[in-house]
Structure formats: structure tokens, C-alpha cells
Design a protein around this ligand. Structure first.
Ligand SMILES: [Zn+2]
Ligand SMILES: [Zn+2]
Length: 453
């Protein structure tokens, strides 16, 4: 399944995915019709007018929805412009306020449900996964188009399957007749190739449709399903009293890691309406007029794409995703500089891409040095076998020590997420300032209005 969702690992190979999909659609949609009409011995003959109209209408919807799934913008967050010439961080301009998640590459707070896509090179609202077959992110804005594409593809494939089946059954029924009375060799080979291609795509796209509809009904993205699985694994591990895994951080980690319910499942209809951006089910499925939610950049921090309704099963909103113990542990060792270090590096303080790049490189270097210092200090304080184990552990990686993989072997990387920048600021305790982004932006706005007066 990994390759279906995630595409080739070889860079550059992604360029052939869209032409390959187009070739596969054209082969099944048009070569089939050519074959049916060109061989008079291929019973029951060319498509009837009704069959032809139905099939070609479905295929036209397929082409259109595929075009939309490939080209609709997955969304871009626009953060409020800074009021002064030396812009403060949009959120964390005082010690009491801090974002819970931060994107190092965008140098901006990361709204809930957003992830940084390494292909789209920005934080994507409600990122589901980056789809190699459309060369686009499946996100809050593109999900309806992706779903409609899968629906019309599956309808077209099943319709073609029934047409192919009629012809294969006719050949089977006449199997005792002399061969020269039946269809030509070319037709037999063509019919076989079409049936194989049809069967394989029905299987693959049937699975993809199933997982997509499941995510739609439960209001969870592929990435969030992965997070749910990781959270369950972490909780199970916590119960198993695995001393080595938790090491010295045991006590603090245990305090931080409590069971968090998946908060976005609001009920079937509410979930489906939210994902499609309308409560009118007719508009969910219309290929041309069917729309989708669009991020609200008019009042950043408010509304669609920034705020997500929660079901209230947790005692506070904004707790998802649950912390990754590896990242928390790294953060506690000094790998993560904290919000204060980010403030001078807001992207809009730089004029050219080179400056941005240079600043990013500098930040990386600083992070690295900080991490080295922290590690050296720790190694100095420890001794014996514990120090050896810790050192071994630290050698495992720099940005992300041990990326967790789910039961399919998928890491976040496989969904297109840039894991290196997916860092969490140490989650605050419940009684601390654990405030969701929208609330932080709201507070800052109130504060800056007060300063202006
Ligand atoms: Zn980002
Ligand atoms: Zn993407």
C-alpha cells in the first residue's frame, strides 16, 4: 500500500505519474470502445447509444474531476502583516503566550491539523497526504475534488468492467465453435489486456476510495490515522513499564503523556458536511459545480482552516496531536530552541530568497551546535552503561531520532510530510498556557489594538 499512497522514492520519477494516469485512463476509456466497434465478431458488437452516452459521460466527469484534483490549490496560510518595521513574532511576543506547534521552514506557527508538505513546500491546511497520482496535496481545499475524482473513476471502471464482462462471457459461451468464427487474435489480446488493466485499477482505486470515504465519514486524515496509531502504541508502551525506552525522562514523560481522544469526529453528517464545505449533499457529488471549503485569510486565525470544531471529549481543545515522546525527549535535551529563538527569523523580515536560505542555514547550524553542547553536557554527567546507551541512542539521528512507523511501515515522511520541520514545542501542562492558535492570535490582536489606542 505504501507505494500506492506515497509514490516513488526516486526523485524525478514523480514526473511520469500524471502522464501515466492519463495513459491508463485513455487506454481503458477509448481503446475499449475502438475494440468493441472495430471487430464485428466480438459479440455483442459496438456499444449501444445508451451505453455509449453513459460511459462517455462518466469518463468526461472523470477527466474533469482529475483535472480539478491535480490543479486546485491545496491552500496557503497568510499570516497577519506586522504592524511595525521590526516585526515581532505574530504570536509569541510575550513569555506567557506561545504556540504549541511551530514550522521551522515557514518560520511561522503551525495551525491545528496543518502539516508542512515537502513537495508543496509550505504548511497545508488539514493535510491528508501528498498524492503522487495527482501531484497535489489532498488537503482541506482539495479533498472534495479528490473524493469526486475517486468516485467517478470507480463508477467508470465498474461500468467498463460490465462491458468487458459481456464480451468475455460471449466468447466463453461460444468456446466450442471453430476459432475462425470467433473474434480475431488482436481482439482476444486486446480484451485480455483491458481486463487485466481494469481489474488491477479497480482493486487499487477501490482500496483508495474505501480509505478516503472512511476518512471522510470519521473526519480524520491519513496523517491523523497514523497519529492515532502512534498514540495508542505510546500508551501501550507506557503501560508495559519498558524502563530503557523511557530512561531518565520517565517521570516527566509520564506526566505529559495522557490519553487524548481524537477530537474532530463530530458525527457522520457534520463530518461529511465540514469536509465538503456545504451541508447540501447534492453539491457534494456534482463534478462541475461541486465546491469545497476555502481557507479564510480575510481574518487570519479565525474561521475555515484555522479553527476546528471539536467534540469536547478532551477537557481542553487544541490538544491534538498527542506529543511524540521522542521529540519531547529531544526537546528536553536542548534540541529545540524554543519560541524565543525563532522570533528574529520571521520570513517576512528577509527580502530575497537567498537571505531566507542563509537565515535558515544559520538556524540549522545553531540548532546543531546547541544540540551538540547539550549532548556533551549530558554525556559528561552520566557514566557507565547508561551513558553508552544514551550516546548510542543520540547517534541514531539528528533531526528526528527514531521516526515511528505504523503497522504498514509508513512514517510521516511517506505521506509527504517534512518530518525534519515537524517539531513540537514542549507541550505545556494542562494547567499552563496550552492555548490553541486561534485564541493566541485573537489575544495578540486585542493587545495590539490596545497599544494603538
Ligand atoms: Zn511549514
Ligand atoms: Zn503537497
Amino acid at each position: 500500500m505504501t507505494s500506492l499512497k506515497t509514490g516513488p522514492s526516486t526523485p524525478g520519477l514523480h514526473l511520469i505519474y500524471i502522464p501515466a494516469v492519463c495513459a491508463l485512463i485513455a487506454f481503458q476509456a477509448y481503446y475499449s470502445q475502438y475494440l468493441f466497434s472495430s471487430d464485428p465478431d466480438l459479440a455483442p458488437g459496438p456499444l449501444t447509444g445508451r451505453d455509449s452516452l453513459t460511459f462517455n459521460t462518466l469518463v468526461a466527469c472523470l477527466w474533469w474531476t482529475y483535472y480539478r484534483a491535480c490543479t486546485v490549490d491545496p491552500g496557503r496560510y497568510i499570516f497577519p502583516p506586522s504592524p511595525t518595521s521590526s516585526p515581532p513574532d505574530p504570536i509569541a511576543s510575550s513569555n506567557t503566550l506561545k504556540p504549541t506547534r511551530w514550522c521551522k521552514k515557514c518560520a511561522a506557527p503551525k495551525p491545528l491539523r496543518a502539516h508542512h508538505c515537502r513537495h508543496c513546500r509550505r504548511c497545508i491546511p488539514k493535510m491528508d497526504h501528498h498524492c503522487p497520482w495527482t501531484g497535489n496535496c489532498v488537503s482541506m481545499q482539495t479533498f472534495p475534488h479528490f473524493l469526486r475524482f475517486l468516485l467517478y473513476t470507480n463508477f467508470s471502471l465498474w461500468y467498463l468492467a460490465s462491458l468487458l464482462w459481456q464480451r468475455v462471457a460471449a466468447i466463453w459461451a461460444d468456446r466450442h465453435l471453430p476459432a475462425y468464427l470467433g473474434p480475431s487474435l488482436h481482439s482476444l489480446v486486446g480484451l485480455t489486456l483491458l481486463s487485466l488493466a481494469n481489474g488491477a485499477t479497480i482493486l487499487a482505486l477501490g482500496i483508495l476510495l474505501y480509505t478516503t470515504v472512511k476518512g471522510w465519514v470519521f473526519n480524520s486524515t491519513m496523517i491523523e490515522d497514523w497519529e492515532v496509531e502512534r498514540h495508542e502504541a505510546v500508551l501501550a508502551r507506557m503501560d508495559s513499564e519498558d524502563g530503557y525506552f523511557w530512561g531518565d525522562d520517565d517521570a516527566t514523560l509520564r506526566e505529559l503523556l495522557e490519553k487524548i481522544e481524537f477530537p474532530y469526529d463530530l458525527g457522520v453528517f457534520a463530518n461529511m458536511a465540514q469536509a465538503m464545505g456545504t451541508r447540501n449533499p447534492l453539491r457534494w457529488f456534482l463534478p462541475v459545480f461541486g465546491g469545497g471549503p476555502v481557507i479564510n485569510n480575510e481574518t487570519p486565525g479565525k474561521g475555515t482552516g484555522w479553527e476546528w470544531e471539536e467534540n469536547g471529549f478532551n477537557d481542553l481543545p487544541g490538544l491534538w496531536p498527542p506529543p511524540d515522546p521522542e521529540k519531547v525527549r529531544q526537546a528536553r535535551r536542548g534540541a529545540w530552541p524554543g519560541a524565543a529563538g525563532q522570533q528574529e527569523d520571521r520570513y517576512d523580515t528577509y527580502q530575497t530568497p537567498e537571505e531566507v536560505k542563509a537565515a535558515f542555514a544559520k538556524r540549522q547550524e545553531e540548532d546543531f551546535l546547541r544540540r551538540q553542547r547539550a549532548q556533551a553536557q549530558q554525556a559528561h554527567q552520566r557514566s557507565g552503561i547508561v551513558a553508552e546507551l544514551e550516546k548510542w541512542d543520540d547517534l541514531g539521528g539528528t533531526e528526528v531520532a527514531k521516526p515511528w512507523a505504523n503497522s504498514d511501515g509508513d512514517r510521516l515522511w511517506d505521506y509527504g510530510v517534512d518530518e525534519a520541520v515537524e517539531e513540537e514545542i514542549i507541550p505545556a501542562r494542562k494547567d499552563d498556557e496550552d492555548v490553541p492558535l486561534a485564541e493566541l492570535i485573537r489575544r495578540r490582536k486585542v493587545r495590539s489594538r490596545g497599544e494603538d489606542d
